[in-house]
Design a protein around this ligand. Structure first.
Ligand code: NOJ
Length: 536
């Protein structure tokens, strides 16, 4: 079977804190997910990706791991994960975990041991320490603070962080190690080699327990200085070596990077590229910047917006670049994720999401549905900083991490805890969407998403393996899939018209076909069998 299954994946991202709380402590847990597997399966998805659920002090929502081999007690136990993996598999669903490869928590025993030492470990340091602040220092652009952190001691000097101060970078060596900076270990130094081995041990442990692979956090942050030069050759080489090892022992296991895999020539180590929600290719389509604007984001009008001022060009160019030389490369596009906003954000209402959802499930990408987007949950602005959700002023991730809204019961059925103990507040809107309210409503977002995924799963031409040919890149957006299906989307409020010889309608809304023209009302869409499907 190998790793081919990823091309047919329809993913579902679960932020474990916020999905379902089975023990009433106000925070989601694995038992809660087990109890809701029927809902996940009913969507038609076949892969779950969990954000980190390992032991952690949760300074960065679990992206600060203190023990890679233990499920955080608040989520349950390793046995619970094994049960979840088994029960999901019975429903044809694989489970991916999140591998935080570039850093640990300061509470990890590895870090505590080196912090307590009075100098470098004889067997090689797992972290990067220097006694004097390096002359050539830099700032991590996210979250915009100095990269070196003064050691709280006893160890003297500074350590290098990877994200927040509480996330010290693991030592995978440096490009350009030099005698004037002896703390720059070469990539095959003893410390870096220990960490490479640790990655294998962690990966093997969870694969042996039954998981299907990993999303790798900050996958290209490992060998230092490469982010500065944007070269990444040595980090990619490290992952290639790991891939070869996986190939021998775990040929079915997939690795998905956070973001795109840098092209350094030669084979690719990862199984897909992930178009990040915060990066321009995705943001230019969907992000209306109500969650803030990051320093590197272009001030754009999103294409899938009622105003109709956006462009698909940044996305189309990025897509073409990712496929250049790798025409079959799976590319993951998510509805949203735990790091930014949701599709339903700012002025965009749930009933305007149709065209965006159809695009995300018919373009030819591997789709990833963020929990709650199947019912049109809103991004909630102005929430407090919980577990590092506020990265910098004006950028708050809490709004896309609020509890799943299940039903009309207390706390929307998420938890029996007192509301003051909830991980984050529930959307207070009286008309907030819930699974229960939408369950049997054929006009609901939930029914729409189920129908869309069912259509995709039943139609190879709408999947990742079929060709995609754009025939109109503006309003409306129109493309032919597999030379057999035509998709026409008008995300704006104003109507749009396309001259095209459409075939039989499969699924349309707000569409009139007449005299070789497809007329779309505002927010209208159509999926047709395609006849010749060339825009005239
Ligand atoms: C990317 C993750 O998606 C984000 O949530 C986290 O804060 C950083 N990496 C640091 O691990």
């Amino acid at each position: 079977m190998g790793r081919e299954w990823l091309a047919d994946a329809v993913m579902y991202e679960i932020y474990p804190q916020s999905f379902a709380d089975s023990n009433g402590d106000g925070i989601g847990d694995l038992r809660g997910v087990i109890d809701r597997l029927h809902h996940i399966a009913s969507l038609g998805v076949n892969v779950i990706w969990f954000n980190p659920c390992f032991a952690s002090p949760f300074v960065d929502a679990g992206y600060d791991v203190s023990d890679y081999l233990s499920i955080a007690p608040r989520y349950g136990s390793n046995d619970d994960l094994a049960e979840l993996v088994g029960k999901a598999r019975e429903r044809g669903i694989r489970v991916l975990l999140d591998l935080v490869a570039g850093h640990t928590s300061i509470e990890h025993p590895w870090f505590q041991k080196e912090l307590a030492a009075d100098g470098p470990a004889p067997e090689g340091d797992r972290y990067i320490w220097c006694e004097e602040l390096p002359v050539r220092s830099w700032t991590r652009d996210m979250p915009g603070t100095p990269a070196w952190v003064r050691s709280p001691g006893p160890r003297k000097g500074y350590y290098l962080k990877n994200f927040y101060d509480e996330q010290p970078a693991l030592n995978f060596g440096w490009v350009g190690a030099g005698p004037d900076e002896p703390w720059r270990d070469p990539i095959d130094g003893p410390g870096p080699l220990r960490n490479r081995q640790a990655l294998r041990d962690i990966i093997a442990y969870w694969l042996d327990l039954g998981v299907a692979g990993f999303r790798v956090d900050m996958a290209f942050s490992l060998v230092k200085d490469e982010e500065l030069t944007q070269g990444y050759a040595e980090t990619v080489e490290l992952w290639r070596e790991l891939r070869a090892w996986l190939e021998a022992g775990y040929p079915d296991a997939v690795l998905i990077p956070e973001g795109g895999e840098p092209r350094t020539g030669g084979s690719l180590a990862f199984d897909a590229d992930f178009f990040l929600v915060i990066k321009d290719a995705h943001a230019s389509l969907f992000n209306n910047q109500y969650a803030g604007r990051l320093p590197f984001q272009e001030p754009r009008e999103p294409f899938f917006d009622a105003e109709g001022k956006g462009s698909t060009r940044p996305f189309l160019d990025a897509w073409a670049a990712a496929r250049d030389g790798h025409p079959d490369r799976p590319i993951i596009l998510a509805t949203a994720d735990h790091d930014f906003d949701r599709l339903c954000c700012g002025p965009r209402t749930a009933d305007q999401l149709g065209t965006a959802l159809i695009f995300l499930f018919t373009w030819g990408n591997v789709p990833c549905l963020y929990y709650g987007d199947e019912i049109g949950m809103r991004y909630l602005p102005g929430l407090p900083n919980v577990e590092g959700s506020i990265c910098n002023p004006g950028y708050n991730r809490a709004g896309c991490r609020t509890p799943m809204q299940w039903d009309a019961g207390p706390n929307a059925g998420f938890s029996t805890a007192d509301p003051s103990r909830l991980y984050l507040p529930i959307d207070p809107a009286p008309d907030r969407p819930t699974v229960a309210a939408q369950e049997h409503d054929p006009e609901s977002t939930l029914a729409f998403v189920r129908k869309l995924i069912a259509l995709r799963n039943a139609t190879p031409a709408l999947g990742t393996r079929a060709s995609t040919r754009v025939i109109s890149e503006g309003y409306p957006l129109a493309y032919v899939r597999g030379e057999s299906h035509l998709v026409v989307l008008n995300p704006r409020r104003e109507p749009a018209t396309l001259t095209v010889d459409a075939g039989e309608p499969i699924w349309t809304s707000g569409v009139t076909v007449q005299d070789g023209e497809v007329k779309l009302d505002g927010f209208g869409y159509g999926i047709f069998t395609s006849r010749s499907a060339d825009a005239a």
